[in-house]
Each structure stands twice: as structure tokens, then as C-alpha cells.
Design a protein around this ligand. Structure first.
Ligand SMILES: Cc1cc2nc3c(=O)[nH]c(=O)nc-3n(C[C@H](O)[C@H](O)[C@H](O)COP(=O)(O)OP(=O)(O)OC[C@H]3O[C@@H](n4cnc5c(N)ncnc54)[C@H](O)[C@@H]3O)c2cc1C
Length: 319
């Protein structure tokens, strides 16, 4: 039987993952990537002898106890990847040389914070307790939500029960607001910078929690080799990729996406099209705004955009 052909727009981690699962499930898949390399924002580049790595600082799921591990393992053999685990997540130093180290070992972290900010004892102990609890939080569902049945969802809910208190407490407060609840100025600053300050505080606590139990580490080699491994595995499963191929239109027949047009005018037809490029570009440009629901319009009109990031990389020439 002839294989169904799926065209995937974008070869970032989203497109690579979608393509890999499609290839695993017997589809004829082709990725279309406007850049010259795979990985999207999971990327790195060279300046002289230095490698500037934009993306992976820690990857959730590097430890085999993590439910994410199995998912990565489906995309590339994880036992082939050497992982570094940080002892210190960040270190915040003021102009007078005082510093606070955010250790990933929770006992050391507790000792450090209590020593440097004794006036915040109560809040520090509460935070440490939350991190210890979150370290065992079973995050990923075995299946995406839309593929789970009622029984599986009920089971997930039961597993969530012991963590609900912690979530309730830290999900509704931004990291910036949470930081301001501490008295010590340097500790305030440290907590403020644990993550992007507008995100719920729970993100920062979860990150430290996962690092503490070696479930979030740095894959040696960094972002680009990691993306390349997933691309290689995808291709070894029969997947194809076209680089420098910007998609400018999604072709629709009877309300079904059945093909794409590239910037140079080339038309490629398939049975399905998956866009793993940019959501706004897909809906407003590639589909010319013809398939916008009220919810999608509201989403793009009302949601705040993520603040722009300026990335500064410093190379240290150590012998
Ligand atoms: C600075 C930074 C640090 C990060 N750190 C971490 C981290 O430490 N750990 C972690 O887990 N995550 C991290 N992330 C998040 C993670 O990198 C992203 O969530 C993930 O890589 C996004 O993948 P994606 O495929 O959805 O999107 P993208 O990476 O944006 O991929 C989309 C791809 O589609 C292509 N494309 C778009 N439009 C078209 C078109 N019309 N035609 C053809 N191709 C098109 C683009 O060129 C791109 O390659 C970080 C992100 C950033 C920016």
C-alpha cells in the first residue's frame, strides 16, 4: 500500500519531533526548513575557537527516572549522550562582593540561604519544602491530553492530589512578586533572576527540583549536536528534509491542507500538512487568515508577547 505523504513546515525541535513520530508510524515525511540547519532556536554557532550556544541550558528529561526521558529516547538514544549536572544553578553577587549561590543540592541550598538571609528563615524553609516535594512530581502524561481517556485522566488527577497545595501556592504568583515577599535584598534579587520574572514562581522551583534529582541536565556538546542527532535518527527512519526552503503558502482543497508552495514557486503536494513553524505566520500568512476562530483571534490580539531577549555570550579563554 502506498504510504501517505505528510509535509512538515519547520525543522526545529517541534518539526523534528512531529516528523520522527510520523516516520515511526509509517508515513512518508518531508520537512521544509527555511534555514540551512535543523534545530530552529535550539542552535549554536562558532566564533573563532568558541562555540556560542543559544539554547539548551538544561534539558528536562535527561535522567532516566524522568517521564520525559522515554520521550527523548524515542527520538534519539539517550544513553549515547553524556550529561553534565550543575552544582550551582546561578550565583548572584552584589557590588560589595556578597553573593548567594543557588545550589542544586537541596541541603546545601537550604544551608546557604539560611546563612546568607537569616531574616527570611520562615520563607526559605517553606520554599525548600516545596522544592523537595516537587522533585518527585510526575510531570508528563504518557499520552497527550487529547489521546487520554476518562479513566487515564482520573488517574492523573489522583497522582496530582499530593502536589495541588504546592501548585496552588506558587502557580498564581509571578516570580517577581514572589521575590518581593523576601526581606533580604540580595535574596530578593536572586529569586527574581531564577527565571524570566513574569512567569509563575512554580517554574523556577520545578527547575531546581528537577536539577536536584538529576532529571534536568546539560547534554554535552550542546544544542546543535542534540538537534543533529534527532535529525539523523529521523533520516535513518526514512524521513527527508529540504533546507533553504521557505514555505510561503499552504495549499487548501475543500478545507483540507494538501500542499505547500515554496518561496521559489515550487509546489509540493501531500496528504497532510503539519506546521511546526511560527503559529502566527501559519494562521495569518500561510493560510491567509481564512481559518481563524474567535478564540485564536482573541489569543493573538490579547495575549502579551514574550519580552524580547538580548543574548550576550562571553567566551573565557582558559588553558
Ligand atoms: C535563548 C533560549 C534558551 C532556551 N533554553 C532552553 C533550555 O535550556 N531548555 C529547554 O528545554 N528549552 C529551552 N528553550 C526553549 C526551546 O528551545 C524551544 O521551546 C524549542 O526549541 C522550540 O522549538 P520549535 O520547533 O517549536 O520552534 P523553533 O525552534 O522556532 O522552530 C521553528 C522552525 O521553523 C522554521 N520555519 C518557520 N517558518 C517557516 C516557514 N515559513 N518555512 C520554512 N521553515 C520555517 C524556522 O526556521 C525554525 O527552524 C530556549 C529557548 C531560547 C530562545
Amino acid at each position: 500500500m502506498e504510504k501517505k505523504k505528510v509535509l512538515v513546515i519547520g525543522a526545529g525541535m517541534g518539526g523534528l519531533s512531529a516528523g520522527s513520530y510520523l516516520a515511526m508510524n509509517g508515513y512518508d515525511v518531508e520537512l521544509f526548513e527555511m534555514s540551512r540547519v535543523a534545530g530552529g532556536v535550539c542552535t549554536a554557532w562558532h566564533r573563532g575557537d568558541f562555540t556560542v550556544d543559544l539554547c539548551i541550558h538544561w534539558l528536562v528529561g535527561t535522567g532516566s527516572a524522568s517521564s520525559f526521558y522515554n520521550k527523548w529516547n524515542e527520538l534519539t538514544p539517550m544513553e549515547d549522550i553524556e550529561v553534565n549536572y550543575l552544582d550551582e544553578y546561578i550565583r548572584m553577587e552584589d557590588l560589595h562582593g556578597n553573593f548567594i549561590r543557588v545550589f542544586t543540592d537541596i541541603d546545601r541550598l537550604q544551608e546557604e540561604l539560611l546563612q546568607k538571609a537569616p531574616e527570611d528563615r520562615q520563607k526559605i524553609l517553606e520554599m525548600i519544602q516545596a522544592i523537595r516535594k516537587l522533585a518527585h512530581f510526575p510531570f508528563a502524561h504518557s499520552n497527550p491530553q487529547e489521546l487520554t481517556n476518562l479513566w487515564e485522566r482520573a488517574r492523573e488527577l489522583v497522582r496530582m492530589v499530593p502536589y495541588m497545595g504546592v501548585f496552588q501556592q506558587y502557580v498564581s504568583v509571578s516570580l517577581a512578586d514572589y521575590a518581593s515577599e523576601f526581606k533580604n535584598p540580595l535574596l530578593q534579587k536572586t529569586i527574581f533572576h531564577l527565571f524570566e520574572p513574569d512567569v509563575p514562581a512554580i517554574f523556577a522551583l520545578l527547575t531546581i527540583a528537577w536539577m536536584s534529582v538529576h532529571q534536568a541536565g546539560y547534554p554535552r556538546g550542546g544544542s546543535l549536536p542534540f538537534a543533529q542527532r534527532i535529525l539523523d535518527q529521523f533520516m535513518s527512519r526514512g524521513g527527508k528534509v529540504r533546507f533553504e526552503s521557505k514555505v510561503t503558502r499552504i495549499l487548501v482543497e475543500e478545507d483540507r491542507a494538501v500542499g505547500i508552495q515554496l518561496q521559489d514557486g515550487t509546489v509540493v503536494m501531500g496528504d497532510w500538512v503539519v506546521s511546526a513553524g511560527d503559529g502566527h505566520n501559519t494562521l495569518f500568512e500561510l493560510l491567509e487568515g481564512k481559518y481563524l476562530t474567535k478564540e485564536l483571534k482573541t489569543f493573538y490580539e490579547k495575549r502579551h508577547t514574550f519580552p524580547s531577549l538580548v543574548f550576550v555570550a562571553l567566551g573565557i579563554g582558559r588553558i
